[in-house]
Ligand binder design. Sequence first.
Ligand SMILES: [Zn+2]
Length: 467
Amino acid sequence: MKTMIQDNRRKYFSLLVIAFCSLNSVYSQELPLDHPDKKKFTSTVVFQNGEEKMMNGYGEVSFGEEYFSRPLNERVERGFTYVVSSRGINYPEKSNEENAGVRFNLTFKDVILGNGTGFDDPTYGAQRRDALNAAFRYFSEIINNTGEADVQIDPSFFQNITMNSTPPLATSVAPSNASRGFNDCLAFRHLNTGTDPSSSLPDGILSFNFGNNINYNYNFAGAPTNSQYDFYTVAIHEIMHMLGFTSYCNADGSSQAANNVFTAFDEFLLNPSYNPLLVSSGSGSSMTVAVPQVSYLTSNDLWFDNLNGVSTPVYAPATFSASSLDHFDNLRSSDKFVMNYSLSKGEYYRYLHPDEANALVRLGYDINVSMATSVEDMPESNADARIYPNPATSGDGVKINLRGVNKPEILVVVYDMLGRVSYSKVVVSNGSGPLTAIDPHNNLAPGMYVVIGSSKDELFNQKLVIE
Ligand SMILES: [Zn+2]
């Protein structure tokens, strides 16, 4: 009898636990950051009848907006464009001053339309614009390139959280050319060179979900409560996608943009053996990108070939989703990334993780990593350099440890025994002593090599054997 009562108690207790968990999951809800229809938000630049247009993954074509034909000053005066630079918001036009950093020209469609919602909302519009401007300002401070980017903030959307649906918090588009191989996005090209790759089109497009039961914290100087989603964090995340932290890879390994067309980010994806996931061959219009083994895409074992020889876990869950491959994975790391695929209430980030700042360096940006991550430089240590594994087997990723070498840029050159250059690259040291991969694509044939690292003076000279 006693046992029966205990059993019943246990049963009630488990029911209570279940009830508590389901309530709890409603209130600490984790929402996906991005839209589930990835093809719709994939965009490439196409030319039709001599005109530049954007085409999404379904082949739907859109044009540049009329406002692009108006002078920037007029757009700023009319209040729908904000110029964001490290010097402030709407600071007078960037002068010829060097190292002024990058500039973002943000144009809010809600404000142009005067729709009274989203960023034009009479109550919340101003704080939403302020928080988004602040997130862009963070990037203007950490990106040392000197160009600019035209960012279009599309009309906001309004999807509520329900018992059965977890709507995305935002959408982000990073248009690129549709060339075969690995393409830099327009934002990168404009920010890097200062030359507008496409004057009638935006370099990036963002949109945000202000569904009225999504409670946001817009105060980027303070933390969200446990019932709030942090808007600044959502903004940082979507801006990262717009800067090129995005994959075009579909569930079947093909491109969702066009045949053989991938992103610069895709080039750095590594398979479970730490070899490139997407391998190109040929060049120009005959370039092809081989379809990877499809099981890799849901292996929970993909990586980003990051700076300093670090491999960062890439989101590749057992069921392929729109968020697969273009996020990092907090579940596979003891660290937390802004570029995780989802965000929970109360969770917030004010800086990028070093791996995220380094990923931008990988994509070609000139990033002030210590400022981006708010991490102090590590103390100096004795200069030494090591290559490992050494001897290495052909196909191993050979890494070079430059810890303690305190030079901003180190040229690493691998010579074969006939003195021919087999591999060379400039390694950017961020003061913390990098660990970097040499020969990331495993092209070194068996043999003996000499690796020389130099800055102004020769720093080291070491033999490497590939077996
Ligand atoms: Zn995302």
